[in-house]
Design a protein around this ligand. Sequence first.
Ligand SMILES: Nc1nc2c(ncn2[C@@H]2O[C@H](COP(=O)(O)OP(=O)(O)OP(=O)(O)O)[C@@H](O)[C@H]2O)c(=O)[nH]1
Length: 247
Amino acid sequence: MSSVFGKPRAGSGPQSAPLEVNLAILGRRGAGKSEDTYSSEETVDHQPVHLRVMDTADLDTPRNCERYLNWAHAFLVVYSVDSRQSFDSSSSYLELLALHAKETQRSIPALLLGNKLDMAQYRQVTKAEGVALAGRFGCLFFEVSACLDFEHVQHVFHEAVREARRELEKSPLTRPLFISEERALPHQAPLTARHGLASCTFNTLSTVSLKEMPTVAQAKLVTVKSSRAQSKRKAPTLTLLKGFKIF
Ligand SMILES: Nc1nc2c(ncn2[C@@H]2O[C@H](COP(=O)(O)OP(=O)(O)OP(=O)(O)O)[C@@H](O)[C@H]2O)c(=O)[nH]1
């Protein structure tokens, strides 16, 4: 009998299917979100995990939020330690997630990540500010350099998986099955209005309003060029789930 994230589960053996964890990376453009974005098979605490990453590309404020709010099991909110603007944006994202958690009465795992630690001499955001913001929203906090410290970044991703896993163990049936597209749902209107997130609309993609999330087997995976950090590590490729970033 193998353990599934520390808990024995009937019928699961070493060959059991990996846990699927969806992770959305949020943050202002340029914060370095895509530097280590990947979709991959990971092993976290001896458990196989298929980690799917949605790297959002908002210019400054949250946009088209529904696509990740109803999809992700955990959120990585990224800012750059050398950008006050990106830090301010990360606060908007955390507020958005907190509001969504309140409205859906779900606990939403989120981690705050200060990137570009190698640029610390140009800091515009102190570590204490990062700690304080994370404390305000009850999330884990890390400072990393995606360029220079892959192991640390990977550790953060694994922490995100652990956070997601905890929630999945608590309420496995609440995992999202659908992603909504195009039309704003009625309950989203007040969210947008209250936060002034005027651009948080649902105006993209196809004409269907509800679409079943692809399973890993159904999903079309595409290969894209290596990110700069990946290139430095000589990793050959990145794969991202079509429909979520590069499409
Ligand atoms: N010095 C330093 N530069 C970094 C780091 N991470 C990313 N960058 C650089 O920051 C710039 C923006 O990185 P991206 O990964 O494109 O940022 P992003 O947040 O994904 O931006 P969009 O893809 O436009 O949404 C690039 O020039 C990266 O090389 C880091 O840890 N340190």
